[in-house]
Design a protein around this ligand. Structure first.
Ligand code: KG4
Ligand code: ZN
Length: 387
């Protein structure tokens, strides 16, 4: 079967077309088309993601992404009959995506209907105005092509991306512990089996990616700050700069699996307030912060692995692109700690938001697929809930 997947939960507009042979989780996946536009440059100007701007950019980019993914995949497509009532319905579905209905109808008229069997779309969690663009667009093309839609949890996408090698999902030994770290989330998930998720720990305030971004801003670095901090921290380690600031390890010994990162960011703020840091001090501080944040993440992951006798550990979400965290995660499986633990890290291109991961999660839930008409009433778009 051929699945088209859509991701618009934050600042990436992404569409993939994936050919799938076999049943989840033992299928073979072939990515036929993969189009992604990152809005980072646009948001950088404002120092963060503004939902209204993200929505505007998704509206402007989503059809070009569809065209690019279809072009790459080279799928057969056949002419579509023109029905005036279809145009009315599409205009009503895309009522809030100014101008998009007309562009889509124009595209549909000359391109026709591709051989796509179903559509998967991120329905949450994420920025609500951004999510709606993807969801409404999914509904519209599902209607034009008469195929079902599968709503997908973005965080489940991150979990599956981490165990995907480009063609197959790994043979995971359960129970598994997943540490999901992104700009909006920091959570520990217990996976007793495929498709079963139980949240056993989460941040009580800021997500760790958000803390990276905020500390970066304090240091005058551009958005998104995570990769910048990580580069500076690597340099500080390489030349062995002395500690600049003794930072706390918030909630490290709280006895549960929750996190708190806003205090860490505040400690950085107080530590540098009124001072002008030298370049070396900035490098050292980036490292001090990264050490503190990652020490807590790994400490709680170890606790979770121990408490649930986990046989595997999955690291996922945008912050999993961080090399220091990747090394620390890999270091969990040593003869001294957890010798038989499987450790899964996403390929770097699948660490941050993408639509391939949405295809994987969509495939997992294909049985729950809705016909386009039902889907219109049942879609869940929420900004807060996740797995
Ligand atoms: O998963 P993601 O792409 O989007 C959300 O769902 O939030 O994650 C984005 C987050 C940002 O906060 C970004 O700063 C962080 O991931 N990030 C990193 C690195 N690369 C991306 N944080 C630390 N080190 C990195 N190398
Ligand atoms: Zn994400």
């Amino acid at each position: 079967m051929i699945l088209l997947s859509i991701e618009t939960s934050c600042d990436e507009t992404a569409i993939s077309i994936v050919e799938i042979v076999g049943d989840f989780p033992n299928a073979t996946y072939k990515v036929l088309g993969n189009a992604l536009f990152s809005q980072i440059e646009i948001h950088r100007e404002f120092g963060g993601v503004f939902p209204a701007i993200a929505k505007r950019e998704h509206i402007a980019t989503i059809l070009p992404m569809l065209e690019k993914a279809l072009h790459e995949s080279n799928l057969p497509h056949e002419a579509a009959p023109y029905l005036p009532e279809t145009a009315t319905q599409i205009k009503s579905i895309l009522d809030r995506e100014f101008g998009l209905a007309d562009q889509l109808l124009h595209f549909h008229e000359h391109y026709g209907i591709p051989t796509i069997d179903a559509i998967a779309v991120t329905s949450g969690p994420g920025l609500e105005p951004a999510l709606w663009v993807g969801v409404n667009f999914a509904k519209a093309i599902a209607h034009l092509w008469n195929v079902p839609v599968v709503p997908v949890d973005h965080m489940e996408g991150h979990v599956l991306a981490s165990i995907f090698d480009g063609h197959h999902l790994a043979e995971v030994h359960f129970p598994s512990i997943a540490l999901l770290v992104s700009g909006g989330h920091t959570e520990i998930i217990l996976m007793p089996d495929w498709g079963k998720y139980q949240k056993i720990g989460q941040t009580r305030d800021d997500a760790v990616g958000e803390a990276f971004d905020k500390v970066a801003r304090l240091l005058g670095l551009p958005y998104p700050g995570g990769p910048e901090i990580s580069k500076m921290a690597a340099h500080a380690r390489e030349v062995n700069l002395p500690e600049y600031l003794a930072l706390p390890r918030p909630m490290m010994h709280s006895g549960d699996l929750d996190f708190s990162f806003s205090g860490l960011k505040t400690a950085v703020r107080y530590g540098i307030e009124g001072k002008t840091l030298t370049e070396d001090e900035k490098f050292a501080l980036a490292r001090d912060f990264e050490n503190a944040a990652i020490e807590v993440l790994i400490h709680k992951s170890i606790k979770a692995i121990e408490q649930h006798s986990a046989r595997s550990f999955i690291l996922g979400g945008g912050v999993s692109a961080n090399s220091y965290l990747r090394n620390a995660a890999q270091g969990l499986a040593t003869p001294q700690s957890f010798p038989d633990l499987q450790v899964f890290l996403p390929e770097k291109s699948l660490s941050t938001d993408n639509s391939v991961m949405i295809a994987l999660a969509g495939h997992a839930h294909l049985v729950d697929a809705e016909t386009p008409t039902n889907f219109m009433n049942t879609v869940r778009v929420d900004g807060n809930q996740s797995l």
